[in-house]
Design a protein around this ligand. Structure first.
Ligand code: HEM
Length: 455
């Protein structure tokens, strides 16, 4: 590394405990902790999580760009993400360097806009069928509903499995796998998997159950003569340009597991937050209904409506701003590197929090207010690139970003066309709970009110 740069000092957060640093404050409420540090110290600050774990919190879009794009080669995924390898192996989310680049090249075509358009009808059909069992006046747990719908969508688009089969074969194992993975991520030092602790034994059982399902799906597919057009079909047909080799069963298993893990809960939480925000902002809800009614009218909702539903799209962008399901991106410094005149040392962790940055007044007027109109007139183009980044950025940007965005807009349009959702009376105060993704806590019990505009 060039050592001629002006090595500026990174401010050190005060008042941490001698031994654990700021671990307690961080664990108690990571969102407030990161927000408070940023307002106290500005765009860069260093703190400790435990005796040796040094973390740099970045809140300046320019510096974030250096980490995610310009100097991304000097970083790898942070330790918490690495611990997910126990569940997702060497899939896109967790693999590094050459392996990651090769897999990304193979998988990218499956997520092109042209392919994703093919899945739009499934997204609509699954949602329509699901809400077909809702009734006027019914109370429902919306966070569960959204998980069910997004699990149904990913099972169909990935494996051509119908809703029931997807839930029966994958639903519980995925949920359990996630819960245990979170437990591993949150423990300061996860026990190696060969130690037969209770959690480790459960973890092994869940991964074995998932492996059985996934390998049997892959094995059956290998026997079929004509390829299917679902995500698995595209992944199986993908060939490396230079040597023409495709993915092994193990690689396919890891990628399927990764896409499941990365793609189902994030989208479900974003939808739950959106429905919550709409219930708190009737004026936004009314505008949304107006747009949906005037564009869809008496027709059935179809994939072409997606482009036209611009206010609905802005409602989703604004919801992702206030409650980004991926609320922090973590990296580990892989070699000493200079970022914005500061020295980042090998082994240190870097956090970049969308939750914090999306609520900064420098870029967003009235940052805590839900105002989808702010996204009108190409507002995003006027922002510095990493002032708004719900899907991350650089070579590791979310591969499912177009898929997720289309899914959220279409699911929301299906629901809002038929129902208003009102928070149940006496609902406890809803707070963001930062697990792997940002969830509404303690869930979201809502009452359904059928709309007259229903066709
Ligand atoms: C609202 C929904 C979603 C949000 C907010 C979201 C957010 C993100 C973010 C921030 C990253 C980058 C993480 C990092 O740089 O460390 C990421 C990566 C990823 N996402 Fe998403 N995601 C969403 C939906 C999806 C969907 C639907 C899929 C798949 C169908 C998906 C698959 C992935 C994969 C495979 C990666 C790893 C990409 C790589 O490293 O090359 N995500 N996502």
């Amino acid at each position: 590394m060039d050592d001629s740069f002006n090595n500026k000092q990174i401010p050190l957060a005060q008042n941490g405990s001698f031994f654990t640093g700021h671990l307690n404050d961080f664990q108690k409420n990571p969102l407030h902790f990161m927000q408070n540090l940023t307002s106290e110290y500005g765009s860069i600050v260093r703190f400790r999580l435990g005796p040796l774990h040094k973390v740099i919190l970045l809140s300046d879009p320019e510096l974030i760009k250096e980490v995610l794009v310009t100097k991304q080669k000097s970083f790898i995924k942070s330790k918490d993400v690495q611990s997910l390898k126990a569940l997702v192996g060497e899939g896109l989310l967790t693999s590094e360097k050459e392996v990651h680049m090769q897999q990304r090249r193979l998988i990218q075509p499956a997520f092109k806009k042209t392919h994703i358009n093919l899945y739009a009808q499934d997204m609509i059909d699954i949602t329509e069928k699901y809400i077909g069992k809702w009734n006027d006046g019914m109370e429902t747990e919306v966070t569960e509903d959204m998980l069910d719908i997004t699990l149904g969508i990913i099972s169909k688009t990935m494996f051509s499995m119908d809703f029931k089969e997807g839930h029966e074969r994958l639903g519980d194992s995925v949920e359990n796998g996630m819960k245990l993975a979170i437990k591993r991520m949150r423990s300061i030092i996860p026990l190696p998997l060969w130690i037969p602790s209770k959690t480790n034994r459960e973890f092994k059982q869940v991964t074995q159950a998932l492996d059985e399902v996934l390998f049997s799906i892959i094995g059956n597919r290998r026997q079929e003569d004509s390829p299917k057009e679902d995500l698995l079909g595209i992944l199986m047909a993908a060939r490396e340009e230079n040597h023409g080799t495709g993915m092994t069963d193990q690689q396919l298993r890891d990628e399927l597991m990764t896409i499941f893990l990365a793609g189902h809960e994030t989208t479900a939480n974003a939808l739950s937050w959106t429905l919550y925000l709409l219930s708190q902002h009737p004026e936004v809800e009314e505008k949304l209904h107006k747009e949906i009614d005037s564009i869809i009218g008496t027709e059935t909702l179809n994939p072409e409506h997606f482009q036209m539903l611009t206010y609905t799209q802005n409602v989703i962008w604004e919801s992702l701003r206030l409650y980004p399901p991926a609320y922090v991106i973590g990296r580990q410094v892989d070699e000493d590197v200079e970022i914005g005149g500061f020295l980042f040392k090998k082994g240190e962790t870097v956090f970049m929090s969308q939750y914090v940055i999306h609520r900064q007044a420098d870029h967003f007027e009235e940052p805590d207010t839900f105002k989808p109109e702010r996204f009108e007139n190409n507002f995003m183009k006027t922002l510095p690139t990493y002032a708004y980044f719900p899907f991350g950025g650089g070579p590791r940007v979310c591969i499912g970003n177009h898929f997720a965005f289309m899914e959220m807009v279409l699911v929301l349009a299906c629901i809002a066309r038929r129902y208003r959702l009102l928070l149940s009376p006496n609902h406890k105060i809803i707070k963001p709970q930062p697990l792997i993704t940002l969830r509404p806590k303690p869930g979201l019990k809502m009452r359904l009110e059928k709309r007259n505009s229903e066709t």
